[in-house]
Design a protein around this ligand. Structure first.
Ligand SMILES: C[S@@+](CC[C@H](N)C(=O)[O-])C[C@H]1O[C@@H](n2cnc3c(N)ncnc32)[C@H](O)[C@@H]1O
Length: 215
């Protein structure tokens, strides 16, 4: 069965234009068949990007930011716009999505977005922030493996923000994250979505890092 996370979508390409209107940023993005939510910005993604969008903790980073499961890039381009000096890693398995995020970033003049597959992220890169509308459809075990792998690459004091539908298991994911030693804060709960902020090991004295300096 074809999925939006297939490496090469089986459906023929038919590009679409999607308008994204956030509180602080508006853009026209190119999407396509075979990628997630190709006809509109997913409402969960829009909520994720609008909640706390003026908080200094998510603006003006100069570090590495990850959009885990970027699709055609609504999160990645917003992060790049809000953090022009940061490196934004836009990660996906779907090649068509990666081409689209590259096109969207360059059309918007955002030179700090790097579309990548997981193999293309150097092993020593650590992230100040991870953002995700995660691929719930890959199944619970695969999703847990994916999140463990990437959340484990947060710098001390870094954080992740994720959106998940309550119906698709946001609360059980939250319980599972806490069972792995992460701290989970519910930032918002609206229209059936949860916005979760996830933190790893607490920042400790003597560790340096931009994220820590912002606490
Ligand atoms: C729910 S969609 C979100 C897409 C986009 N961020 C948005 O908000 O519109 C999840 C994305 O994760 C991608 N994905 C699935 N498995 C993945 C994996 N193992 N590693 C990285 N991305 C993956 C899918 O291809 C899909 O684009």
């Amino acid at each position: 069965m074809p999925h939006y996370f297939d490496e090469q979508p089986h459906v023929p390409s038919r590009p679409t234009s999607v308008h994204m209107k956030l509180r602080d940023f508006e853009a026209d993005l190119v999407a396509d068949r075979g990628v997630f939510s190709a006809t509109r910005i997913d409402p969960g993604t829009a909520l994720l990007l609008d909640v706390g969008s003026t908080s200094p903790a998510i603006l003006d980073s100069t570090g590495n930011l990850l959009d885990l499961g970027c699709g055609y890039g609504p999160i990645a381009v917003t992060l790049a716009h809000r953090n022009p000096r940061a490196n934004v890693w836009a990660l996906d398995t779907n090649r068509r999505a990666l081409d689209l995020v590259g096109t969207n970033a360059s059309t918007l003049g955002l030179s700090n977005v790097r579309p990548v597959t997981s193999d293309e992220v150097p092993a020593d890169v650590r992230f100040d922030q991870i953002w995700s509308n995660p691929p719930v459809r890959i199944g619970k075990a695969a999703l847990q493996d994916l999140l463990s792998a990437w959340l484990g690459r947060l710098v001390p004091g870094g954080h992740a923000r994720m959106v998940m539908s309550r119906n698709l298991g946001a609360d059980s994911l939250s319980t599972w994250l806490e069972s792995t030693g992460m701290t989970v804060t519910r930032r918002s709960s609206k229209r059936g979505y949860r916005i979760l902020e996830v933190r790893g090991r607490p920042a400790s004295a003597g560790t340096s890092g931009e994220a820590e300096a912002r606490q």
